[in-house]
Design a protein around this ligand. Structure first.
Ligand code: UTP
Length: 297
């Protein structure tokens, strides 16, 4: 199928991150780090691997540390250079963005994820685009968004990342009602945001989307949904009615919900153990902690 290339990604980062207070009183949630890299860096690396060339951040008051993070830091670079710390210089280089490739737009009021994406409408224009929630960190051999772009090239339309969750967790997610199951891909006949009961399936939408610009037209209406917020899920669901072109994609990888404390801790352990420079020391420590806990019980 001939599809238009996805070169833009929107990163909605205007939420208040209340689950991480007091840390997020002065530090944006997206700057909190797994081992030594902020959540946002994982999302940017994943986007780059998928061929994204333009990075659009929807920010809010108190997020200036996020903008600074992507700036060139001449003093720090000069100091590392002078002391011959080439490896660190190289690491620092991965945080720099090419001129004109990064844009910030402000969401003045936190009216919901759909509203945050709508705030970026002029920068998105009339082309397909990705939405990435940096809270969702996905460890995968092939980065999740890259898998989705490849799937999208086959189907076109709107593709949302989906994963199976236990029934008791469905009330925390957007849940897919499946019309046709094609294995990795499902064709979606309805989407329900945080169903209180009777979820149509166990397939939950997580924070990666490839969307058609038509979704922005629906968001133009500013209709509120679950929780009184302008929901992205509702706008995508409308595409099912008008175009029948919404797909769920079962990505391969392990997703960590770093917007929650438990998920963040799990990711910290997993990413710590995945690091060659930390694995031995860290796994010994964990073994000792678990043994001490067992003894104490
Ligand atoms: P969350 O509700 O999980 O994040 O929104 P939050 O509001 O920052 O965190 P808590 O619940 O208070 O701890 C998911 C994503 O959508 C963005 C958030 O920044 C996060 O990346 N978002 C949400 C917005 O950009 N604007 C909004 O109005 C709502």
């Amino acid at each position: 199928m001939s599809t238009k290339k996805v070169t833009k990604a929107v990163f909605p980062v205007a939420g208040m991150g209340t689950r991480f207070l007091p840390a997020t009183k002065s530090v944006p949630k997206e700057i909190l780090s797994l081992v030594d890299r902020p959540l946002i860096q994982y999302a940017i690396d994943e986007a780059r691997a998928a061929g994204i060339e333009e990075f659009i951040f929807v920010t809010s008051r108190g997020k200036s540390a996020l903008e600074d993070y992507f700036d060139v830091s001449p003093t720090l670079e000069a100091s590392l250079k002078a002391s011959g710390k080439d490896e660190l210089l190289q690491i620092l280089g991965t945080t720099n963005m090419d001129d004109g490739r990064i844009a910030y737009v402000r969401q003045h009021r936190a009216l919901g994820l759909g509203h945050a994406v709508w705030c970026a409408r002029r920068l998105i224009g009339d082309e397909p685009f990705a939405v990435m929630l940096p809270d969702d960190v996905i460890a995968a051999d092939k980065p999740c968004l890259q898998q989705m772009v490849e799937a999208y090239e086959e189907t076109g339309g709107n593709v949302v990342a989906a994963m199976e969750v236990p029934t008791e967790r469905t009330k925390s997610y957007g849940i897919l009602d499946v019309a046709e199951d094609m294995g990795d891909m499902v064709r979606v006949k309805a989407m329900v945001e945080k169903p209180k009961s009777n979820p149509p399936s166990n397939l939950a939408v997580i924070g990666r989307y490839i969307l058609t610009p038509e979704v922005l037209n629906t968001l133009d209406r500013q209709e509120t949904g679950a929780g009184g917020e302008i929901q992205l899920t509702d706008a995508i669901a409308r595409e099912i009615e008008t175009s029948n072109n919404v797909y769920g994609f079962r990505f391969k990888g392990q997703r960590y919900d770093c917007g929650s404390k438990a998920g963040f801790l799990q990711a910290t352990v997993a990413f710590g153990l995945a690091r060659d420079d930390l694995r031995d020391e860290f796994s010994h420590f964990l073994t000792d902690v678990v043994a001490a806990q067992k003894l104490a019980q």
